[in-house]
Design a protein around this ligand. Structure first.
Ligand code: PEP
Ligand code: MN
Length: 343
């Protein structure tokens, strides 16, 4: 439930309402807004007797939150959440944000090279896995700490922010030291211990949709992170498992506008994992931007046939340049900016 206060409600009235909610055995979070303050009630599984609350001084109306998730919902917060990174990138506002880089960090020279190339065409965030969640235990598992060090070096040289994955709760502290955004991969979307841990990490989180997750399950996973006190969650549509074998995953384009209406959190699209096929990444990247995605995360490799993971879906740098040129036009046509200026 949300308690909306009148726009002239005093601090004392807000304080009294919070006190009454707590007396009733729930938690209350005041949410200051541009016009008026709302107070969110957490901890109730079912209905709350609203008579007592409706009669308090300064209360305008009571709005039941109709979804199982609360803090991530648009009812809870109508304005978009904008996640700010130290290099000036803002995700969820009017800018279209581009994140790009290899699936895995493979060596220093290559990550530096690709970082410069994607930056030159307008990416502001460098992606690259140092800890890789692989379907087979015999596949390349990532360079670990050394990979994180190479990413940090690339950030120093280019000013790009870094997004990289944490695989388990014990690994979060190390990743947080090096990353600007901690990625939670599709396979871990419902790893609640990990979600709680990144909820306390003090860094933005990129939460990728689970391989068979519904949109509500994605939003509930994000709720775990917000419930621990971290508001900076970026959602990511990366395709879901389907019966068709022509693409690696079924890229759920409609999830983008659906999430936008249900939640105030930013959502970006990953057409690389979403399709698994290089030639399909650009059309789906264009479509995702047209559908309202706040950004794209794209796998780009200097020599995809030699990539240690996900080469088949990695773009050549020139293909990424072309994709950026095209999505710039689409972004502008729907009123978004594309102005990367790194601090
Ligand atoms: C990745 O980003 O390289 C990755 C493993 O993604 P996902 O978790 O979406 O499969
Ligand atoms: Mn990958």
């Amino acid at each position: 439930m949300l308690i909306v206060m009148k726009n002239n409600a005093s601090a004392e009235q807000i304080h009294t309402v919070v006190g009454v909610v707590k007396e009733m055995g729930y938690d209350a979070t005041p949410i200051p807004g541009g016009q008026r303050t709302a107070i969110g009630i957490i901890g109730n599984d079912g209905g709350i007797s609203s008579d007592r609350l409706a009669g308090l001084e300064g209360v305008l109306e009571l709005i039941p939150v109709t979804h199982p998730y609360k803090q991530v919902s648009r009812e809870w917060q109508s304005e978009n959440t904008v996640v700010s990174l130290p290099n000036g990138t803002k995700i969820g506002g009017s800018d279209l944000v581009l994140m790009a880089g290899p699936c895995s960090v493979e060596n220093e020279r290559e990550i530096l090279d690709i970082a410069h190339r994607v930056k030159d065409v307008g990416a502001t965030v460098l992606r690259g896995g140092a800890f890789k969640p692989r379907s087979s235990p015999y596949s390349f598992q990532g360079l670990g700490l050394q990979g994180l060090e190479f990413l940090a070096r690339a950030r120093e040289e280019t000013g790009l922010a870094v997004v990289t994955e944490a695989l388990d709760p014990d690994g979060v502290d190390l990743v947080v030291k090096y990353a600007d955004i901690v990625q939670i991969g599709a396979r871990n979307m419902q790893n609640y211990a990990l979600l709680r841990r990144v909820g306390r990490a003090g860094k933005p989180v990129l939460l990728k949709r689970g391989i068979s997750a519904t949109i509500d399950e994605l939003l509930l996973a994000a709720e775990y992170i917000l419930a621990e006190g971290n508001p900076d969650v970026i959602l990511c549509e990366r395709g879901i498992r389907s019966f068709d074998t022509h693409t690696r995953n079924l890229f759920d384009l409609a999830a983008i506008p659906v999430v936008k209406s249900l939640s105030h959190l930013p959502i970006i699209a990953d057409p690389s994992h979403g399709t698994g096929i290089r030639s399909k990444v650009t059309p789906m990247g264009r479509a995702a931007v047209a559908a309202g995605a706040d950004g794209l995360i794209v796998e780009v490799h200097p020599n995809p046939p030699k990539a240690m993971s996900d080469g088949a879906q990695s773009l050549y740098p020139d293909q990424f340049t072309k994709l950026v040129d095209e999505v710039k036009v689409i972004a502008r046509a729907i009123g978004r900016n594309f102005n990367p200026t790194l601090q």
